[in-house]
Design a binder for this molecule. Structure first.
Ligand SMILES: Cc1cc2nc3c(=O)[nH]c(=O)nc-3n(C[C@H](O)[C@H](O)[C@H](O)COP(=O)(O)O)c2cc1C
Length: 439
């Protein structure tokens, strides 16, 4: 019998969609026409470009900047765009039309108005009338709106997060997600405040404060507006590890454990999305990858996730959402006795010696180059002095050949020992433990 196709449908904080891929609130969701086109391609949901009321929005040019790394375009993306500059009434009419045509997709209204109860009540009522399936509170925009006391200015103060979430929950009969800013020392405080305010879930991350560089000819900032730049918001592939860490912090915090999460930040592929879900996200949102490659990437996202799930035997998303989160812990809980050493596959080695230089100059001096002894020349293929290797990974990271340097686990014969346990045991036998770990 053929195996059943995995079910990609999700329910994130009460917001349902046929797949977990939502367009993040940003230029790709600026109008009903764009969102309908994205839905035709197969996107599961869309968070509308943030809607506001007053004060009026005027954008500047230029607005976007990027960081290219090596041959890779847009490894990081920067913007100084504000919330929507289109009239609220136009957006609401278009939202109604989108929901009428695509009843099965999630349409989430991203909102940002001044910190006044009435303003939040009014706009909440309007987007509910327009048929929105959920609301996302934009407490994260780091530029422009924050100077006016909105966006990140709210998200950085847990008391405001709680207060504004309460304003919206007083009026809303649809789920409310609070979108968090990463521009804080510890994202858990804002997540806890959102929960205390009654949020149905959180979405993160919004963009990270950034300045893209300085032009060495003109001596003015790169991507400037008439020679001057304001800090922008950074996103794209470069921010994924920061976002994953914050998602896992919220998923494992005893105070917010179980709070639904919509994961955002550097998702470009189905595998990025699966990582966010394994750490606790029940939907994922994409912006930069869509701005880079267009709406059609949803085909690969859906097919890739489905394939991977089938291979793993997962029938539904809930089979794996959050499964990896408990494996993220504090340093003090890691096993000091776990040991790996590097191994170089001489057949694959191209003799570039990057591993040798990296280890010798900057790490632990445990890679050597053989001398063949006959005519004084040395082989280009280095080898690992395994008894000195501390298993730091650096050689395998710099090696340009896939699979040439691997890290092999070593059986030490010692029971697992964490720093926490070691301290609790009175830190006895320090020299012995040090020797076991460091050789
Ligand atoms: C040009 C641009 C405009 C954005 N506008 C908004 C916005 O209006 N509201 C909002 O909540 N986030 C906005 N964002 C942030 C995105 O929704 C998202 O949180 C961020 O880009 C991280 O996702 P990514 O790495 O997939 O781009 C914007 C991002 C970009 C690049």
């Amino acid at each position: 019998m053929p195996k059943a196709t995995p079910d990609l449908s999700t329910n994130c904080a009460g917001i349902k969609s046929p797949n977990p891929f939502w367009l993040a609130s940003a230029p790709p969701t600026n109008s009903g026409e764009q969102i309908m086109r994205a839905f035709e391609y197969g996107w599961g949901g869309a968070v509308w470009k943030t809607l506001g009321q007053d004060p009026p929005v005027i954008n500047v040019t230029s607005r976007y900047g990027s960081l290219d790394v090596g041959g890779s375009k847009i490894a990081g993306f920067n913007n100084i765009e504000l919330i929507t500059d289109r009239p609220l009434e136009d957006n609401l009419k278009e939202m109604l039309a989108v929901k009428k045509r695509f009843g099965d997709r999630a349409v989430i209204a991203s909102l940002m108005v001044p910190c006044e109860r009435q303003a939040w009540h009014d706009i909440t009522a309007k987007v509910m009338d327009a048929g929105a399936d959920g609301i996302e509170l934009n407490f994260g925009c780091p530029h422009g709106m924050s100077e006016r006391g909105m966006g990140a200015a709210v998200g950085q103060v847990p008391e405001y997060v709680k207060m504004v979430t309460e304003f919206v929950k007083e009026k809303s009969s649809i789920p409310v997600l609070v979108k968090l800013t990463p521009n804080v020392a510890d994202v858990r405080y804002a997540a806890r405040a959102a929960k205390a305010g009654g949020a149905d879930g959180v979405s993160l991350i919004n963009t990270i404060n950034s300045l893209m560089g300085v032009n060495l000819d003109t001596l003015t900032p790169k991507f400037a507006v008439g020679g001057k730049a304001a800090h922008g918001g950074y996103c794209g592939p470069a921010v994924k590890p920061i976002a994953l860490n914050m998602v896992s912090q919220i998923a494992t915090d005893p105070e917010t454990k179980g709070l639904p999460i919509s994961g955002i930040g550097g998702v470009s592929t189905w595998s990025d999305a699966a990582e966010f879900m394994l750490l606790g996200s029940s939907s994922v949102q994409l912006c930069t990858a869509v701005m880079h490659y267009g709406f059609r990437i949803i085909e690969d996202l859906n097919a890739g996730l489905e394939n991977w799930m089938a291979g793993k035997g997962f029938k539904t998303l809930s089979d794996f959402i959050g499964v990896s989160a408990p494996n993220v812990t504090e340093w003090k809980h890691l096993n000091l006795h776990h040991k790996t050493v590097a191994e170089i596959d001489a057949k694959k080695c191209i003799g570039c010696q990057l591993c040798y230089v990296a280890c010798n100059d900057t790490a632990h001096q445990c890679i050597a180059v053989k001398s063949n002894g006959k005519n004084g020349t040395s082989s280009r293929v280095p080898y690992v002095v395994q008894e000195d290797c501390v298993g730091c990974n650096l050689c395998s990271l710099v090696c340009p050949v896939e699979g040439c340097i691997t890290m092999k686990p070593v059986e030490t014969g010692h029971k697992p020992l964490t720093w926490d346990e070691y301290v609790k045991n009175g830190m006895t036998g320090y020299k012995e433990v040090y020797k076991r770990v460091h050789g």
